[in-house]
Design a protein around this ligand. Structure first.
Ligand code: ATP
Ligand code: MG
Length: 419
């Protein structure tokens, strides 16, 4: 009897030339990690696919888990047959029977092994004949079929499948370095985090909470968000920065219209310090142009000035509706729908500046000891590990490393040493 297995297709990593095996090996590791709570038996490369087998056979549920892993273009729930014509024809009949709605089909045979004598055209004819007999009301259409039944001869086996599910696409996490993502519990930043993870980056979220001036609810929501992202394996470690008391200090000395910009400059400075400790090469935010007062071009520039590494904004041109749809797809929508006070709701001005003038921003910045504040916030960061990203390596000695990297004076536009 044919065993049910998953065949994993990966378009993009096939294009990577000499790096191909690095990408494939990373995808194998990531899949093993994503499937560790299933009875997975084997994840291995076979002729341009990954084959995943399970104790008791693959199921649509496991297929779904595999599809969430970045780097997976498509997943097929295939039958693994012997080189036995009767067996693989039967599997083809079963595969086509699982496709819900179709009128036309074709068979596409492919041989990766040359020691199987039958020609692919003959395999097409043989399997096509069996299918016509089993489904007399369906028609063959070799040009534009509703469904294609694939019959792949690979090594000693024949893999047969009809329907494939789309996967996350992109590249395996761990092939594009590390990024620090500024994570709130809103809709946008979890999506921005997932998008960078889907391009192969290991994401290190940093969340600024209003603690001790607010409850720690936003921190719990952020933890839930990271857990919701677990199937994709994009998050290495999450940092939490209790920011409430420092915001209060800022609110006492900075003109109310420049408060948000000033908070955000501090957030960027602290996030960049964490990036250096982690060896991350960019910051990521969930900003989209014009969405709120702080997301105008002038205000973005006023905050960007704090960063010496690239600031990536994958959602800058997205509409809220598109972001919400993506959050539903990645499983963070319900969590982000809950509101919680965080540093963004604390000490907010009634009329924030929408078009910041740099000289005013600098004046506000110099009205308090920002270096000491940044230093103190970095000293009090907390972190949490989630064990979902197999390629994440924590900084070896967080504290020593931090002391080593801390500049005596925070200088504008100083180029940081590489982490
Ligand atoms: P989101 O839905 O991601 O919360 P938003 O629409 O609420 O975004 P802002 O509050 O202006 O927009 O935040 C813009 C970006 O700044 C967020 O996408 C996120 O990257 C970062 N950010 C906002 N609040 C926090 C926070 N408390 N901790 C860390 N980063 C934050
Ligand atoms: Mg927000």
């Amino acid at each position: 009897m044919a065993e049910r297995v998953c065949l994993v297709h990966y378009h993009e990593i096939g294009l990577k030339g000499k790096n191909r095996s690095t990408f494939e090996n990373q995808l194998v590791d990531n899949l093993k990690c994503a499937l560790r709570d299933t009875p997975v038996k084997l994840v291995k490369r076979i002729c341009g696919y990954l084959l995943v087998t399970f104790e008791g056979g693959a199921t649509p549920e496991y297929q779904d888990l595999i599809g969430k892993v970045p780097g997976v273009a498509r997943v097929s729930l295939a039958h693994e047959c012997r080189r036995d014509e009767e067996e693989y024809c039967k599997a083809a009949i079963e595969s086509l029977g699982e496709v819900p709605d179709f009128a036309t089909f074709k068979v596409h045979a492919h041989k990766s092994s040359t020691d199987y004598a039958m020609h692919t055209l003959d395999i097409n004819r043989l399997v096509g004949g069996a299918l016509c007999e089993a489904y007399p009301d369906k028609k063959v259409d070799v040009h534009h079929p509703d469904v294609t039944v694939h019959v792949n001869v690979v090594q000693g086996s024949v893999y047969v499948y009809a329907a494939s599910e789309h996967g996350a696409g992109g590249l395996p996490v761990g092939t594009a370095g590390k990024v620090v993502t500024l994570l709130s519990s809103g809709f946008d930043s979890p999506v921005a985090t997932w998008m960078l993870g889907r391009r192969g980056a290991i994401c290190i979220p940093v969340h600024f909470s209003g603690r001790p001036m607010t409850s720690d609810t936003s921190e719990w929501l952020c933890q839930d968000i990271v857990r919701a992202l677990a199937p994709s394996g994009v998050v290495g470690r999450m940092y939490v920065v209790p920011f409430g008391a420092r915001q209060r200090e800022i609110s006492l000395c900075v003109d109310q219209k420049l408060r948000i910009i000033t908070y955000r400059r501090v957030m960027f400075a602290v996030a960049e310090r964490i990036a250096r400790i982690e060896g991350a090469k960019a910051l990521v935010t969930g900003e989209s142009l014009g969405q709120v007062a702080s997301q105008t071009l002038e205000n973005i520039a006023a905050v960007d000035e704090m960063a010496h590494i690239p600031v990536l904004r994958p959602l800058i041109g997205s509409d809220k509706q598109e972001i919400i749809e993506r959050s539903q797809q990645i499983g963070t929508y319900e969590i982000s729908s809950q509101t919680a006070p965080d540093c963004c709701t604390l000490f907010m001005p009634r009329r924030p500046e929408t078009h910041a003038k740099m000289d005013e921003v600098h004046e506000a910045w110099d009205s308090f000891d920002h270096d000491a504040m940044i230093e103190d916030l970095v000293d009090h960061v907390e972190y949490m590990d989630f064990d979902q990203c197999p390629s994440y390596r924590p900084p070896r000695k967080l504290r020593e490393r931090h002391v080593e990297l801390a500049p005596a004076v925070w200088e504008k536009k100083q180029v940081p040493s590489e982490g």
